[in-house]
Design a protein around this ligand. Structure first.
Ligand SMILES: [Zn+2]
Length: 427
């Protein structure tokens, strides 16, 4: 397999004599992985929320403390390192579900997209392909106003969201701009159509958190007399460019609707376990016609192998059956389907004309030694990745990011600084 100078794969044939100057990848080569659901700043919560029990909702209180402390510069510094961590793990594309738009009291920055622009620059500097999913977030719950830090998320109404997104000038042409509805909790029904229409007119990705928690379903039923899936469908938000994130607590009818519309379901198994969300009906969704993608969401771990394996493990625990997904299906969810859900159809394959985004994995580590190559996805973890190529260029090698350098120590410093500032701010 060789790469052309335009960053695409030019041949998948075995080359006995590589062209002069070629970098030869050893081990097992995967297409670059897609992280289809990310909130970059949640990385600063890792390993800091496991005291005192609680629920998704109490975890969210801690997340809000952190959300109150970021500004564009601080977000750039953190996100560049989080994206670099993703690259080291083998992710070559990320969908950033972005709702932290405004200043602490809800005031717009001079550039109303300053936070999104910081994320776009961070992705460029970390060498990862970014799809910025700009989230509409208007209410604190169904029928309740934004309060406290949530005011940073809000644009007032759908017109406010549309005018801000239409003024987006990132200066980073590689960024794909998509839309997001935060959830039926946070977007009133009259705003669903305009946001979905904006995405449909551009054939842009439209992502939405869907039925992550039973309380969200109950509130939706009580207020609208519909499930969240039914409500979204009624307002034109389900289609082949839609990605439903989590899709955990669904009715049989919801599964059929998502399948009929060929919406992608993005599972985030490590997050869904960490936040005690539950295990969604992944196999049923796939069989109904919904492609599956994977994301690391709140980044309790950043590892494509862990997510792929946990998707299958969830199925096994839920059903008492092994092999609910083949290794090839898990790989498709972690690569091709994820990139397609991020507006990059055709990426994530080892095929002529596809982007030369490649991940080389050692096959003789203590984890991968002795594995059948086609089953390595069920055994490896991100520490087995030795080289990552994006656009035909090596961006990470042997655990070191070529442009960012040593990522772990820098991350530790940034996260410590954020929490120190947070403590000072709340004292
Ligand atoms: Zn999320």
């Amino acid at each position: 397999m060789t790469c052309a100078s335009d960053g695409t794969i030019s041949s998948t044939a075995q080359e006995d004599t590589p062209p002069p100057g070629a970098h030869r990848l050893s081990g097992l080569v995967f297409p670059g992985f897609a992280n289809a659901h990310s909130h970059a700043f949640h990385r600063a919560l890792r390993g800091r929320t496991h005291h005192g029990g609680g629920t998704f909702w109490t975890w969210r209180d801690t997340m809000y403390q952190l959300a109150g402390r970021l500004d564009p510069d601080g977000y750039y510094r953190l996100a560049r390192l989080v994206y670099a961590e993703m690259v080291l793990a083998g992710f070559t594309g990320v969908g950033e579900f972005h709702y932290l738009h405004h200043d602490r009291d809800g005031t717009r920055y001079a550039d109303p997209n300053a936070m999104g622009a910081a994320l776009a620059q961070a992705a460029v500097d970390a060498g990862i392909r970014l799809t910025l999913l700009d989230a509409c977030y208007l209410t604190g719950g169904i029928g309740t106003e934004l309060a406290g830090v949530q005011r940073r998320f809000g644009d007032g109404d759908a017109d406010g969201w549309l005018s801000r997104v239409d003024s987006w000038r990132s200066g980073t042409p590689s960024t794909v701009l998509g839309a997001a509805l935060h959830s039926v909790r946070a977007v009133p029904v009259e705003a669903i159509g305009p946001v979905a229409g904006w995405a449909a007119a551009r054939k842009a990705p439209l992502h939405v958190h869907l039925s992550e928690q039973p309380a969200e379903n109950a509130a939706c039923q009580e207020y609208y007399g519909r499930t969240p899936t039914e409500l979204l469908d009624e307002h034109g938000a389900l289609g082949e460019h839609t990605t439903a994130v989590h899709a955990t607590h669904l009715t049989t009818g919801d599964i059929g609707l998502l399948g009929d519309r060929h919406a992608t379901a993005c599972f985030c198994p490590s997050t869904e376990a960490d936040l005690a969300d539950g295990i969604g009906p992944a196999r049923e969704l796939r069989d109904a016609g919904a492609p599956l993608a994977l994301g690391t969401d709140q980044h309790a771990v950043i590892d494509p192998f862990t997510e792929a394996r946990a998707l299958e493990h969830g199925e096994r625990l839920r059903t008492g059956q092994r092999g609910r997904f083949s290794p090839a299906e898990l790989l498709a969810a972690a690569t091709e389907a994820g990139h397609a859900a991020l507006g990059r159809p055709g990426a994530g394959r080892l095929a002529v004309g596809a982007p030369a985004d490649l991940v080389a994995v050692d096959t003789d580590t203590v984890r991968t030694a002795g594995c059948a190559p086609e089953q390595v996805i069920l055994a490896a973890n991100s520490a087995d990745v030795h080289t990552v190529v994006v656009d035909g260029r090596v961006v990470a090698r042997e655990g070191r990011h070529e442009a960012v350098g040593e990522v772990g120590r820098q991350l530790a410093g940034q996260i410590e600084r954020l929490w120190r500032d947070s403590r000072e701010g709340h004292s």
